[in-house]
Design a protein around this ligand. Structure first.
Ligand SMILES: *Cc1c(COP(=O)(O)O)cnc(C)c1O
Length: 305
């Protein structure tokens, strides 16, 4: 089965729409601004997670009796998207979740169990070993898994899906802003050449060096064909932190643009866009774009850990 058949079978709407926006922010009239609506490619499969998973799913479709496993937190968009795909394709899936949610299952965990995913809770200490080869071999063996996808779906297998996204830009974009967590999205776009001149990653996690290093590690020996940088001053306290100011920004901006945004990923990215525009950080007349990676399901439960 090739990727196009999977896209048809899962009913994914590609290419995603490039929508021009007209925010009322100071200086906004100096720029042409777009949003790449990857959030709209599917009602359940969160935008960049399809891009990142497409190649692996294609491989699995051609493997007999594939049994998949993966890692994530209790609100993970990656696990949510992967579980939905496996349910639709009738493939078994086991996921390893950071921390014990047995007595406080999140909407995400309830969904994926409804879709037939086996959930295994790991202690936070065990979860730290998620990238260790012997640990993964032990889990694969114990749970009879043929393939273990790393956290966030970020590995080099995700690059071809990110290249497909890059190739959807038909006109020149000077600066593309996108959220960065496990870095696969940014790394995959950075190793692709296309109509985007600069990738501006918005770190949603605290810890500057860690994100840079993680991105470089993923890129590894691939040549960087599109310049990228990561900004570290828009994380609002860290990953799942959503202080009142970012929540009200999301509400206000969603309303102004008619585009749903949430505080963990897209909200921080739009906030960075607004701040950089107001400070005239981009050359006048630049074409700017935000990659809307989706992720609304993750903010269904208000309290996070
Ligand atoms: C996972 C995710 C990201 C981060 O992508 P990485 O490749 O992990 O950096 C951004 N936005 C949304 C909505 C996500 O679910």
């Amino acid at each position: 089965m090739d990727r196009q058949r999977l896209i048809t079978q899962l009913d994914i709407a590609l290419p995603s729409r490039l929508q021009q926006i007209y925010p009322t922010w100071r200086n906004a009239e100096r720029y042409t601004i777009y949003v790449k609506r990857d959030d709209l490619i599917h009602p359940v499969i969160s935008g960049n997670k399809w891009r990142k998973l497409s190649h692996t799913l294609e491989l699995m479709a051609n493997t007999e009796n594939a049994t998949l496993g993966s890692f994530g937190g209790g609100y993970s968009n990656h696990l949510h998207a992967l579980s939905f795909c496996c349910w639709q394709l009738d493939w078994p899936l086991t996921v390893f979740v950071r921390g014990d949610y047995a007595n406080r299952e999140t909407s995400m965990l309830l969904d994926i169990q409804r879709w037939g995913t086996r959930v295994v809770y790991l202690t936070k200490k065990d979860y730290q070993m998620r990238s260790s080869q012997p640990f993964c071999a032990m889990l694969s063996n114990r749970y009879a898994l043929s393939h273990l996808i790393p956290e966030g779906g970020s590995h080099q297998d995700c690059f071809s899906g990110m290249a497909a996204l890059m190739n959807e830009f038909e006109h020149k974009i000077d600066y593309l802003l996108l959220p960065v967590a496990s870095s696969g999205t940014l790394a995959g776009m950075a190793v692709t050449s296309g109509n985007v001149s600069n990738l501006v990653g918005i770190g949603v996690l605290k810890g500057a060096n860690y994100l840079e290093q993680q991105t470089r590690q993923l890129i590894d020996l691939h040549p960087v064909l599109t310049d990228y940088s990561i900004l570290h001053n828009y994380h609002f306290g860290g990953y799942a932190k959503s202080p009142e100011n970012i929540r009200s920004f999301c509400q206000h901006t969603s309303q102004m643009l008619g585009i749903p945004i949430e505080p963990v990923y897209s909200g921080k990215t739009f906030y960075a866009l607004k701040d950089l525009i107001e400070r005239a950080a981009f050359p006048i007349d630049s074409t700017l774009c935000v990659l809307h990676t989706g992720g609304l399901q993750g903010s269904r439960d208000s309290s996070k850990s």
